[in-house]
Design a protein around this ligand. Structure first.
Ligand code: AGP
Length: 612
């Protein structure tokens, strides 16, 4: 969702801000803007629409200013137009904001009765006006008054947020604070860059500091510091090295980030497994933090997996792994439901949260709920040092590298890889070793290459789906969550109706709408449910449905009941879901491309869903 960039230093700020906004586009947004301190006045430009429009509209501006803040906005309060775009001006300050101010309406009413005038429908302007209101009434130097005003406003607002602001009274500094939405800063040789995520910083440095919650940032050309609200003292923030480089966030010749990320999957799975696979029957998977891992799982009797969207489908798949291999009760839940139910936890329960971005608001809230219940927690995140990764008890990182396409692909297969390794390892710890399955994981990158070698076929079949009334994805066992994921990918990319169903559920409803205008993607590799899935296919065929089957290479029987057949390499049960995910990604891609959709940035969607 929204993205923030700030720069103060010796260089011209505007190109750095606009480059940062372009790198944050993947998060999803509908308007963009920047503000520069032009010595005694602000230069502000805001536009509804793409960052490119902001770039085009500002070619003659900001040619010398060395300090500024910028923002991409994903509308929550107020329509996506220029007036509601950030930065928002209030008296002597301009402010950009990520997150939500929940009690903005009450504060706005109070400020209006105190004579404050508003110009937008946003909660952000309320925050800006509130800070300005207090600034005017605070004592001390301009900097002290501003910091006091920010702290006073923070005590009044409810919600989670990250802000950056400039003040005409304190011209060479950027102020900010994160309260539940991340801010990352990096000290460069010639200045300081701050952003809502590391993508905007990585071209300049891989040395970054994740700002602590609730501490006010003061960034100047030569250094940045944060202020501890209890001691009122400034201190520096620990620097961490990020193992991502700028070329990892380029398309490298692919027509889209998503296509690049689909083709990276063999390498991503290999990287995720690299150096970690057990070598003998007695040994376990080699996690980074082996001691803590063993301690965490020592007495576990129940595992809860919580996530949203694609990550939730990875969790659903893992339920089959934990039950079959580790003989461990596993419950899976959607974070937005889990957090508002009243879940009852059994003793010896561990809670795992899964998130590519590590910033999803509902997943983070679910993690907090589990921690408040006193349960041990772990996370499977892709973005290093993300909020969820940092706040969870133990981390099992995926090593997919930056995922820019809004539709998750390589992060999903990396999550499945980690989850299957984890379930196998827990099985081993619980006295149910499944060593052959570790060997199956080891050959997965080669099998993924084989699947990808047929990419043109999947893309072409995808194209043919564009005129269908609805696409139905069905499967049994682990193929059921993969069917859900296939339908989600299809909806996100094509904007066409698609549904995922457990094949056994067809007779309980969806069969009513089967006709030749409906395509049914059936996931039917040779597994223990194969014969039952074939019966379901016969039922669809009898009603005129158009069947496309994903089956095991050389399966002639299933071809007879299918209109089209996509072959998957023969593989073990535990690796089939990972292999089956790829053709579904490419089917959706082929159809979306034929429809002229924006592949990397589907409409209305955000990469990082930081509001609930
Ligand atoms: C995936 O293609 C979607 N864009 C979306 O469902 C996503 O998986 C979901 O928002 C969860 O995100 P997370 O993994 O970053 O928590």
């Amino acid at each position: 969702m929204c993205g923030i960039v700030g720069y103060v230093g010796q260089k011209t700020a505007k190109p750095i801000l606009l480059d940062g906004l372009s790198r944050l586009e993947y998060r999803g947004y509908d308007s963009a803007g920047f503000a520069l301190n032009s010595g005694g006045k602000f230069t502000v430009q805001r536009n509804a629409g793409p960052v490119q429009e902001l770039i085009d509209a500002s070619t003659h501006m900001g040619l010398s200013e060395k300090i500024g803040i910028a923002h991409t906005r994903w509308a929550t309060h107020g329509v996506p137009n220029e007036l509601n775009a950030h930065p928002h001006r209030a008296g002597q300050i301009v402010l950009v904001h990520n997150g939500i101010i929940e009690n903005y309406s009450q504060i706005k009413t109070r400020l209006i009765s105190a004579g404050v005038e508003f110009h937008s429908q946003t909660d952000t302007e309320v925050f800006a006006q509130l800070i300005e209101y207090h600034r005017k009434r605070s004592e001390g130097t301009p900097e002290e008054a501003l910091i006091h005003a920010i702290e006073t406003a923070m005590a009044e607002v409810e919600g989670h947020y990250a802000i950056l602001l400039l003040s005409l009274d304190v011209p060479g500094k950027i102020f900010g604070v994160q309260f539940g939405a991340p801010l990352v800063a990096s000290q460069l040789k010639d200045g300081c860059v701050i952003a809502s995520d590391i993508q905007a910083i990585i071209p300049y440095s891989n040395q970054v500091s994740f700002l602590p919650k609730g501490e006010i940032l003061v960034a100047a050309e030569g250094k940045f510091e944060v202020r501890d609200p209890k001691t009122k003292k400034f201190h520096s923030v620990k620097t961490e090295t990020i193992d991502w480089s700028a070329d990892k966030v380029e398309k490298n010749g692919y027509e889209s980030f998503m296509l690049k990320e689909i083709f990276q999957q063999p390498m991503v799975v290999a990287d995720t497994l690299s150096g970690r696979l057990p070598t003998t029957e007695e040994s376990n998977f080699i996690w980074d933090n082996l001691e803590a891992h063993r301690e965490l799982w020592k007495n576990v009797q129940h595992v809860y997996l919580i996530a949203c969207g694609t990550s939730y489908h990875a969790a659903m798949t893992a339920e089959y792994f934990f039950e079959k291999w580790a003989k461990l009760e596993c419950r899976v839940d959607i974070a937005s439901e889990f957090r508002y139910r009243n879940p009852v936890f059994q003793p010896n329960t561990v809670v795992g949260v899964i998130s590519q971005s590590g910033e999803t608001a509902d997943t983070l809230a679910a993690l907090h709920l589990a921690k408040e219940a006193g349960l041990p927690t772990f996370s499977i995140c892709n973005v290093p040092n993300s909020t969820i990764a940092r706040e969870s008890g133990l981390q099992y990182p995926t090593k997919a590298g930056p995922e820019i396409g809004v539709a998750s692909t390589k992060a999903f297969t990396a999550q499945l890889t980690v989850l299957s390794a984890l379930a196998l390892d827990v099985a081993h710890l619980r006295g149910h070793p499944q060593l052959t399955s570790f060997r199956d994981l080891a050959r997965l990158p080669f099998d993924l290459d084989k699947v990808l070698s047929q990419s043109e076929t999947y893309l072409k079949i995808g194209e043919t789906l564009k005129d269908k009334r609805i696409i139905l994805f069905v499967g049994r066992g682990t193929m059921y969550p993969i069917a859900l994921e296939g339908a989600l990918k299809f909806k996100e990319l094509t904007y066409l109706p698609a549904e995922g169903f457990a094949a056994g559920e067809l007779k309980h409803g969806p069969i009513a709408y089967i006709d030749p205008q409906v395509s049914i993607i059936t996931l039917a590799p040779k597994d223990e449910w194969y014969a039952k899935t074939i019966s379901n296919m016969e039922e669809i065929r009898a009603r005129g449905g158009h069947i496309i089957t994903l089956g095991t290479d050389g399966d002639t029987e299933i071809k007879k009941v299918s209109h089209e057949f996509i072959s998957l390499p023969e593989s073990a049960w535990g690796t089939q879901p990972i292999l089956a995910a790829i053709p579904l990604q490419l089917l959706a891609y082929g159809c979306a491309k034929a429809l002229g959709r924006n592949i990397d940035k589907p409409r209305n969607l955000a990469k990082s869903v930081t509001v609930e």
